[in-house]
Design a protein around this ligand. Structure first.
Ligand code: FE2
Length: 427
């Protein structure tokens, strides 16, 4: 007898009336109209059953700290970094864990079951690293949390040129942090930025680790560290293991240069994470009008075969005052900022918060195929485009075939004479 059988589900690839059978936490069958005895049966009622949402770029050490010790008045990236510097000495282990756990509750409710979070390693106590490693253990039964050792202040910007930040980063990796981070555009000079990429990629090659760098997060059209990242990736044989996050300068780059850059990125099999919510608010702040959008060139990257995901990046922290762990909100914003309005492009936006993001994190057993983990979300929408349009309610969230969260359908009672009594915004 099956553990769970979901019937009458629409799948993200367009198949309808599908049944998904689950045994021992794995998907054992995906077939149209299957009926079989099961301990638990769920009639999806023609709603969309999708693999869980994945956030490939987040900062869980800063989340839910909005207003501490003050808010970001200018709304810029640089004031956000300065503000985080003011907050860091005030952080406590308990507060870091409490805020991260609260965010993870939001994530589960939203069907967000894997998160790659950067964690600042510039504080020699590595307080945030210890806190998030503990959070990772706590949430492991329901969220895959991947940590990136992120030298927020610049890996080469230790006091008086010391290598303290690099030493901290290595200690964080020794403690069990999974991925190597960086921030070349924030190093003191362009040359230091280039050197930081070389050193960090060499460290990744030496330790057999993945790389995910904040890269070129500015409106400077000449910030071209992504080129070095692609070069080092190929030189060290790290193809497919390296991610460039943000890459907002690509928005402002010369088109001719980009025509050369895109094939280099594809050749290096770089992953890209764009963060539309945060970058539409942070970038273009030095512009009058017209104001640049400041999101990297998502449709062009996809057209060149580059794997691109959308990330949440921030939720209620020194850089961004909103956010709720809702990856459909992220996809919705990315769709608008990237003008990705064709049917195919809207479907790609859904993939960028599911399958493409899973590829960035190199998650195993992800998807709605036989043999995959029985992790899925039932959405109050009939297809992926409707899911994005409505930021659809997560009716049920399953992990390894067990129910983690559920929510009543969003409907509104109408009191309008001669009209239907209820509406749910679906067509
Ligand atoms: Fe970030």
């Amino acid at each position: 007898m099956l553990d769970l059988l979901v019937t009458n589900a629409n799948l993200p690839d367009g198949r309808i009336n599908m049944s998904v059978a689950v045994q021992a936490g794995k998907i054992t069958e995906v077939t149209m109209g299957l009926t079989a005895p099961a301990h638990q049966t769920l009639d999806a009622g023609g709603m969309l059953l999708a693999p869980p949402f994945i956030d490939a770029h987040f900062h869980m050490d800063a989340t839910l700290s909005y207003g501490l010790p003050r808010v970001n008045a200018s709304g810029t990236l640089l004031e956000g970094i300065a503000l985080w510097g003011e907050l860091k000495p005030l952080l406590t282990y308990d507060a870091l864990v409490d805020r991260a756990m609260a965010y993870c509750d939001w994530a589960v409710a939203n069907g967000l079951l894997a998160i790659r979070t950067h964690v600042d390693v510039c504080d020699p106590s590595l307080l945030a690293v210890d806190a998030l490693l503990d959070v990772k253990k706590h949430v492991a039964p329901y969220i895959d949390l991947q940590l990136v050792a992120f030298p927020q202040d610049g890996v080469l910007r230790g006091k008086e040129g010391s290598d303290q930040h690099m030493a901290n980063l290595k200690r964080a990796l020794d403690k069990g942090v999974d991925v190597i981070g960086g921030i070349p555009h924030f190093e003191r000079t362009y040359a230091d930025g280039t050197l930081s990429i070389k050193l960090l990629c060499e460290l990744a090659a030496e330790r057999g680790l993945l790389v995910d760098m904040h890269c070129d997060e500015s409106d400077d059209p000449l910030s071209r560290h992504v080129e070095t990242l692609a070069f080092e990736t190929r030189r060290l044989g790290l193809q497919g293991r390296v991610t460039g996050s943000h890459l907002t300068s690509m928005h402002s780059m010369d088109n001719y240069y980009v025509s050369k850059l895109l094939p280099l990125m594809a050749e290096a099999q770089l992953n890209v994470v764009a963060n539309p919510l945060i970058n539409i608010t942070l970038q273009g702040r030095h512009d009058t009008y017209p104001k640049r959008r400041g999101m990297t060139r998502v449709p062009e990257l996809l057209a060149h075969g580059v794997n691109v995901a959308f990330g949440q990046d921030c939720a209620m922290d020194p850089w961004y005052s909103l956010g709720s762990g809702d990856m459909l909100e992220v996809a919705h914003m990315g769709l608008h900022v990237g003008q990705m309005t064709s049917q195919a492009a809207m479907r790609q936006c859904f993939e960028m918060v599911t399958t493409n993001a899973a590829k960035v994190m190199r998650l195993e057993g992800y998807g709605l195929e036989v043999g995959c983990n029985a992790d899925f979300v039932l959405l109050q929408a009939r297809d992926v485009i409707e899911a994005i349009r409505l930021r659809a309610t997560r009716l049920k969230v399953f992990r390894r075939g067990k129910l983690l969260a559920e929510c009543a359908p969003a409907t509104s009672e109408l009191h309008v004479a001669g009209r239907p009594l209820q509406t749910s915004w679906m067509v």
